[in-house]
Design a protein around this ligand. Structure first.
Ligand SMILES: Nc1ncnc2c1ncn2[C@@H]1O[C@H](COP(=O)(O)OP(=O)(O)OP(=O)(O)O)[C@@H](O)[C@H]1O
Ligand SMILES: O=P(O)(O)OC[C@H]1O[C@H](OP(=O)(O)OP(=O)(O)O)[C@H](O)[C@@H]1O
Ligand SMILES: O=C(O)c1cccnc1
Ligand SMILES: [Mg+2]
Length: 549
């Protein structure tokens, strides 16, 4: 879709219905009134949206949420009922003209510059720069923050799971039931996919965002069957010949044969479980993936699964695999793989050795690292709670700070140096080293010329005078593009699949030590000499001089 088409259609583009101008903090609207009353309607502001610390004790973050921010700008408009609600809610002394002003407000005079969605980003480098009328830019604060904070946190969390799992293992997001409510669940599915998951169990997320939907079945499906009489119809047509096959007879016969091969008594296996697995296979003969830990993986689940899978094979179908949802996942996955390999060899069915093993049950980054050390045989992790609730860190601390008003820079001072804002209208560049790795992100005043390839540039720590270095970049990437200006989308947001690819391609530009799990090396974010002096001059101008007595 072109930018023009997007501008026409974006009102229809799906955005969570609750994202609207009143999804904000009351103080944005009360400030808007006070600005309006103070005659600041024509004041022009620049706000930066940035975070101060990377999440999860890591040294990188993935930026996400930009497309939703754009949809919010496109649709920004107070409805009649919004205005009515505000009239009832705000104090009576509010002048009625203010509501007239709000009624006509749109984002047509706002300019939004941003880093590309899916990029790896670092503390203090603004992810978004919002320029335009002070009142409108102020009114956007909370909604932009809520759209970027959780999205970026989730995408980062998912990217971290992807890094520890490696590229050969599938990752499925199973978190909807445990997420922070319906909206948290929906966002989690979207941004887990961006961060590198392969699919979700969340059907609405699949429909809305075109994410592959995947799944197995639950323990309740198994426990609802008590014995083999619970199955009503046991016949399936052969995949090729279409001849009828009795899957129950075949599976019962196979259970005896398999129990001899793997040396497990068929008497211990649950008939209710066999009935459940048969029923699932009859319903999904080409997608048979069975949960095998309801009673006992070793003595019942594996045996019943193999019996049904081999019965299906007699009817021309290949089973997909198993899911294990409790117990020692390393041990049980190795046991399952050995069982499959054993059967594959004895029965001369090589594909049987490669059946998929899915593992789930409270998995987090540490579990995966530990399973890797132990040598597991899992092909796919289904991950819910810890992924979607971001258990290791529940929020990313993005903030939205005024850095310029009517062309004058603004600085927010703090006892905590890390919280002092970097004033003024700035540009951000990523400088690459000779080996192709990203070396440093450099913030400059917008009035400065951009750094050039092969030209030495002085990069300074924003607050520590002695920390500085010269860099001669082999490549310079200008991090900002204008996404919204004059009431129009000016750069198309990329489709989800491309944002997902960008996550992996920008992560590749980071040195391994910055990405490692334990005590990673911080990536450097610097300011130009000019910006350094600008910050510190402004700091001195604004910091009151105390008097000791
Ligand atoms: N080999 C392993 N190494 C490290 N952690 C593991 C291993 N196997 C499983 N785990 C993790 O250990 C935890 C086991 O949790 P818990 O004891 O509650 O489960 P369980 O008793 O096996 O299952 P359930 O209570 O669902 O029947 C889970 O978080 C699981 O992901
Ligand atoms: O463990 P998570 O990472 O959150 O993954 C999602 C979990 O959801 C299901 O459990 P269910 O709701 O049946 O409860 P359970 O914990 O008793 O298995 C599934 O069996 C997974 O264990
Ligand atoms: O499809 C599954 O196996 C699934 C889906 C949601 C939660 N737990 C498991
Ligand atoms: Mg579970």
């Amino acid at each position: 879709m072109s930018c023009e088409e997007l501008n026409k259609n974006i009102k229809m583009a799906r955005q969570n219905g609750i994202v609207q101008p009143l999804l904000t903090d009351l103080y944005q609207i009360t400030m808007a009134y006070a600005y309006w009353k103070a005659g600041k309607v024509n004041d022009v502001a620049v706000f930066d949206l940035f975070f101060r610390t990377n999440p999860f004790q890591g040294e990188f973050t993935i930026f996400a949420g930009l497309e939703e921010c754009l949809k919010f700008l496109v649709n920004f408009h107070y409805s009649e009922s919004d205005i009515e609600y505000l009239m009832q809610t705000l104090p009576e002394n509010i002048e009625p003209e203010f509501y007239g002003y709000l009624k006509d407000l749109t984002c047509k005079d706002i300019k939004l510059s941003a880093i590309e969605e899916g990029s790896v980003v670092f503390p203090r480098v603004p992810l978004l720069r919002v320029e335009g009328p002070l009142i409108v830019a102020q009114l956007l604060e909370t909604t932009l923050l809520t759209l970027v904070n959780f999205a970026s946190l989730m995408a980062t969390n998912a990217a971290r799971y992807r890094m520890v799992a490696g590229k050969n293992v599938s990752l499925l997001e199973f978190g909807l039931r445990r997420a922070q409510g319906p909206d948290g669940g929906l966002s989690a599915s979207k941004y887990a996919y961006i961060g590198g998951f392969d699919g979700t169990s969340n059907v609405l997320a699949g429909k809305m965002f075109n994410i592959p939907v995947k799944g197995t079945h639950a323990h309740s499906f198994v426990t609802s069957f008590s014995n083999l009489n619970d199955i009503q119809s046991v016949t399936i047509r052969h995949m090729d010949t279409q001849d009828p096959c009795n899957l129950l007879e075949l599976a019962t016969e196979w259970r005896k044969r398999v129990s001899a091969i793997i040396d497990i008594s068929p008497d211990e296996a649950s008939d209710g479980e066999l009935a459940a697995l048969l029923s699932y296979a009859l319903a999904f003969p080409t997608g048979f993936l069975a949960l095998v830990d309801t009673y006992d993986v070793k003595r019942s689940g594996l045996l019943n699964f193999c019996a049904v899978a081999l019965a299906l094979n007699d009817c021309g179908y290949r089973a997909v695999g198993i899911r294990i949802d409790s117990g020692d996942l390393a041990y049980l996955s190795v046991l399952a793989r050995e069982t499959f390999e054993n059967i594959a060899e004895v029965l001369k069915l090589p594909w049987f050795a490669k059946l998929t093993i899915v593992a789930s049950n409270d998995i987090n980054e540490e579990t995966i690292l530990s399973l890797n050390e132990q040598g597991h045989k899992i092909d796919c992790f289904g991950i819910g709670t810890h992924l979607v609730t971001c258990q290791r860190q529940p929020a990313l601390g993005c903030v939205y700070k005024l850095v310029e008003i009517n062309g004058h820079p603004r600085i927010k001072l703090s006892q905590d140096v890390g919280k002092v804002t970097i004033p003024g209208h700035k540009q951000a560049y990523r400088l690459f080293g000779a080996d192709g790795h990203a070396l440093i992100d450099l913030l400059q005043r917008s009035s400065e010329p951009a750094p050039e390839v092969g030209q030495k540039v002085l990069c300074r720590h924003p607050f520590q005078e002695s920390k500085r270095a010269y860099v001669s970049p082999s490549k310079v990437e200008h991090l900002y593009k204008v996404y919204w200006r004059d009431g129009k989308v000016t750069t198309m947001p990329k489709p989800l699949s491309e944002v997902r690819e960008r996550v992996q391609s920008t992560l590749k530009t980071l040195r391994q030590d910055i990405k490692r799990n334990l005590n990673p090396t911080p990536y450097k974010v610097a300011v130009s000499d000019d910006l350094y002096n600008f910050i510190h001059d402004l700091w001195l101008q604004n910091a009151p001089i105390g008097e000791l007595s």
